[in-house]
Design a protein around this ligand. Structure first.
Ligand code: SAM
Length: 247
């Protein structure tokens, strides 16, 4: 069970995610817990303002460290929790980072907004995560991304078999999949998948996963663990002649 505490000025943005589909079921069955904390409620300003002009000038408003810090220390067990700040300058989120985060039992995610947050917030966090090289209006979409990707790795949130074969989990992109009808607008499902021959199906799926990865994300092949059979298939995909690799 993982508890997520999400500090945000816009909790309503996250409500759709926690009240729908698999994440909703995971919460209802007690596999994860999600608390949305509006740190505006921790503002000591009489208008509950949380942002201010930046020292030294610059466009836009910056969120003060004070209400975020106060919200943070109000969370039970915050000292031991894994505290993440969302920011375009953080380490890039990917499946490996999601797997690493899924080892924690308490995760706190801080969502910035406007021009960002006073730099001193970094003294109180353990991790700095970006979801990609682009700038969003706030950390809520990154927080949803992290929550969703990590929650589905919690045991029994989804079938463990699905996770095993997925894109990135096995170091490759996932092979193409089909469901009924067997023929749609002259597009037929590959015959081997209807054959019931498990070994041929396994080989076909591995070949297709390698082919898709080679064509769409060749960079992944550099780090993937490849067997002799994989290398032979890859050589065929690339149109090369395969020679047994020397160990
Ligand atoms: C407009 S952004 C601030 C950008 C900041 N001024 C900069 O140039 O790096 C406001 C907030 O959105 C969130 N954010 C924006 N893009 C993000 C990304 N790619 N990954 C993670 N968080 C992001 C962060 O929480 C950030 O504090």
């Amino acid at each position: 069970m993982i508890t997520f505490d999400i500090l945000t000025l816009f909790p309503e943005m996250l409500e759709g995610v926690i009240n729908s589909s698999i994440i909703k079921r995971a919460i209802e069955s007690g596999k994860i817990k999600v608390n949305l904390i509006n740190f505006r409620e921790f503002s000591k300003n009489k208008h509950q303002q949380v942002d201010d002009y930046a020292y030294g000038g610059g466009a836009g408003m910056l969120i003060s460290v004070v209400p975020i810090y106060d919200a943070l220390i109000s969370i039970d067990g915050y000292q031991k929790a894994h505290k993440i700040i969302t920011s375009p300058s953080g380490r890039t989120f990917n499946q490996k980072v999601a797997e690493e985060l899924a080892e924690h039992d308490h995760i706190i995610i801080i969502c910035g907004h406007y021009e960002g947050i006073d730099e001193r917030i970094y003294h109180y966090v353990d991790d700095d995560i970006s979801i990609g090289d682009y700038v969003l209006t706030g950390g809520e979409i990154p927080a949803m991304t992290i929550l969703d990707a990590v929650a589905r790795l919690v045991p029994d949130v989804i079938a463990s078999d699905s996770i095993k074969n997925e894109s990135f989990t096995m170091g490759l992109l996932e092979y193409p999949q089909y469901t009924r009808p067997a023929v749609f607008n002259d597009l037929a499902v590959p015959e081997v998948l209807l054959s019931g021959h498990h070994e041929n199906i396994r080989k076909y799926q591995r070949y297709e996963a390698l082919k898709k990865t080679y064509l769409k994300r060749p960079d992944l092949l550099e780090k993937a663990e490849l067997s002799e059979e994989d290398l032979k298939m890859l050589a065929e995909i690339k149109g090369e002649r395969w020679t047994k690799s020397k160990k």
